[in-house]
Ligand binder design. Structure first.
Ligand SMILES: NC(=O)c1ccc[n+]([C@@H]2O[C@H](COP(=O)([O-])OP(=O)(O)OC[C@H]3O[C@@H](n4cnc5c(N)ncnc54)[C@H](OP(=O)(O)O)[C@@H]3O)[C@@H](O)[C@H]2O)c1
Length: 284
């Protein structure tokens, strides 16, 4: 039995879709906070079970009979350590023989503020005694795609990543990797995958690619961290999110989102989705 948490989310859904290529639906559990969101998966024969990270009582039943559990990190930044602890405890109590965790690229040394909760979760996994594998995911290319239209409207892509190179990949690439690790017949325990795109770019190069494909003029404007945060607040982002986005760019400026090990494409057996393809999708 392969259990995927966060299966109603964007990554979780893609993991389940990828698993369905090689695993019978009845051996897959979509563990979700709200089962109503994944009725389509139930219709395909996937077992849907309620699993709320904030309600440990739901987790015991959700993980019953679990061989392997994919813990998709929660999106509740700031509350993730107790949430992830509850999942790890429940997986252990259920006798799972492997936990796979979606961490952050180079979580142990990353300058990104987001790394702290991932590092703490990795420490919890070490302490749990349950065999585990780390899927240290780099940036999703999709993180930038929402900015394409507004940037084109204003003729400027704003950011704070300087000349930091970003080896992003599509969510679907990371999902395929998670599915490959979950479905693998060989022992994945103890492995640490640093997952990133095959190619890296600066935000200036991202702007140039958007300009090239759209035929419109677009320049990248790099801002100091506090100025970028002020712009994000001005356009309506809440304080916490503005801090997170500007802090992530500051981390990227220090190389925190770069990796050239190509472990992701090796794991999925194909090249990662090129930036140009993701930009083309955003411009459709
Ligand atoms: N590498 C990157 O660039 C990047 C970017 C963004 C996020 N992330 C991380 O990767 C994770 C997956 O990404 P994503 O794009 O799939 O995010 P997403 O679409 O926001 O999905 C997050 C999932 O977490 C679930 N969740 C939140 N709180 C929960 C709770 N208390 N109990 C159970 N489930 C809960 C959500 O359930 P509901 O459907 O019920 O809300 C949803 O299924 C994120 O959660 C975040 O930790 C990484």
């Amino acid at each position: 039995m392969l259990v995927v948490t966060g299966a109603s989310g964007q990554l979780g859904r893609l993991v389940i879709a990828s698993l369905l290529d090689s695993v019978p639906a009845g051996e897959i559990v979509a563990a979700v906070r709200d089962p109503a969101k994944v009725q389509d998966l139930a219709a395909r024969g996937v077992q849907v079970r309620q699993a709320d990270y904030d309600r440990p009582d739901t987790l015991a039943a959700a993980f019953a009979g679990a061989d392997k559990v994919l813990l998709v990190s929660s999106n509740a930044v700031g509350q993730r350590v107790p949430q992830h602890r509850a999942v790890i405890d429940a997986a252990k109590a259920a006798g799972a023989r492997l936990i796979a965790y979606t961490s952050l690229l180079h979580a142990d040394t990353s300058p990104l503020p987001l790394a702290a909760e991932h590092k703490e979760t990795e420490a919890l996994l070490h302490a749990s005694g349950v065999p585990f594998v780390l899927l240290r995911n780099g940036w999703y290319t999709e993180n930038y795609l929402g900015a394409v239209e507004p940037a084109l409207q204003h003729g400027a892509l704003l950011g704070g990543a300087g000349t930091g190179r970003i080896a992003s990949a599509a969510r679907a690439d990371y999902a395929a990797a998670a599915a490959a690790v979950l479905a693998a017949r060989d022992d994945q325990a103890g492995k640490v995958y640093e997952l990133a795109g095959d190619d890296a770019y600066t935000l200036a190069e991202l702007a140039a690619e958007i300009a090239r494909q759209s035929g419109r003029s677009l320049a990248y404007r790099d801002l100091p961290r506090h100025e970028y945060k002020a712009v994000l607040l001005q356009i309506g982002l809440p304080e916490g999110l503005a801090e997170l986005v500007s802090g992530s760019d500051a981390g990227a400026a220090q190389g925190g989102l770069f990796d050239d090990g190509r472990q992701l494409s090796k794991l999925i057996g194909r090249p990662t989705t090129p930036l140009a393809a993701s930009v083309a999708t955003a411009l459709e």
